[in-house]
Design a protein around this ligand. Structure first.
Ligand code: B4P
Length: 194
């Protein structure tokens, strides 16, 4: 299964991808996690990315594409992937088409997790209290939601126009949301999520 999970920051893409990866038997590839790993490792790329991420903005397209290509070329991704956090703008959607064509691995499904903005702000506020992630601070989350509306919402239309988009309600128990995603993917996937 080659799946893109779309949704606003904090809509639960990472949370659901972690739950679904076993049922779908593919790795979870998160550009946010790849960037946070570069930040934690203190690489030159990570140091630059941290400033951008902490401000709630998007890291430059070429940097993210390079990281993603490196990850998709690893052997565990040959069987498929759940892509989380990419594409985040139309240029990235275009770049993904080109990359997957080169890899001869076309997308099979695109799922959007839809969650109201106020629910997102509250989720991120809770995580901010526990983990202290700078981009979860409520003012920054609102900035990220603005970036989402301006840059990522057109990506949702892009896949909808291609007839590839499935929209799933992302509010509710984690297991309920997972079941909705699996139902949206049927008949592509039928395994249950534990
Ligand atoms: P991400 O890492 O993608 O953002 P995220 O907040 O982790 O979103 P996600 O939707 O995965 O939410 P999660 O499951 O964690 O991006 C971070 C930053 O990286 C971006 O702002 C940007 O700067 C940079 N970046 C990443 N990709 C990029 C790209 N392609 N181009 C440029 N820049 C890029 O869930 C959030 C919270 O909600 C968690 O605490 C979770 O426990 C909770 N939650 C989840 N589901 C729930 C539910 N059903 N009910 C209650 N709580 C729930």
């Amino acid at each position: 299964m080659r799946l893109v999970l779309l949704g606003a920051p904090g809509s639960g893409k990472g949370t659901q991808a972690e739950r679904l990866k076993t049922a779908l038997a593919v790795p979870h590839i998160s550009t946010g996690d790849l960037l946070r790993a570069a930040v934690a490792a203190g690489t030159p790329l990570g140091l630059k990315a941290k400033v951008v991420m902490d401000a709630g903005q998007l890291v430059s397209d070429d940097v993210v594409l390079g990281m993603l290509e490196e990850r998709l070329r690893q052997s565990d991704a040959h069987a498929g992937f759940i892509l989380d956090g990419y594409p985040r703008n139309l240029a990235q959607a275009d770049a993904l088409d080109g990359l997957l064509k080169r890899l001869q691995q076309p997308l099979q499904a695109v799922v959007e997790l839809r969650v109201p903005a106020e629910v997102i702000v509250e989720r991120c506020r809770l995580r901010y209290e526990i983990q202290g992630r700078a981009d979860d601070e409520p003012t920054t989350v609102r900035k990220r939601l603005d970036v989402f509306a301006a840059q990522t919402a057109p990506v949702i239309d892009y896949y909808a126009k291609r007839g590839q988009l499935k929209v799933v309600n992302g509010v509710g128990d984690l297991a309920d949301v997972s079941a909705r995603v699996m139902a949206a993917l049927a008949p592509n996937a039928s395994a249950a999520v534990g």
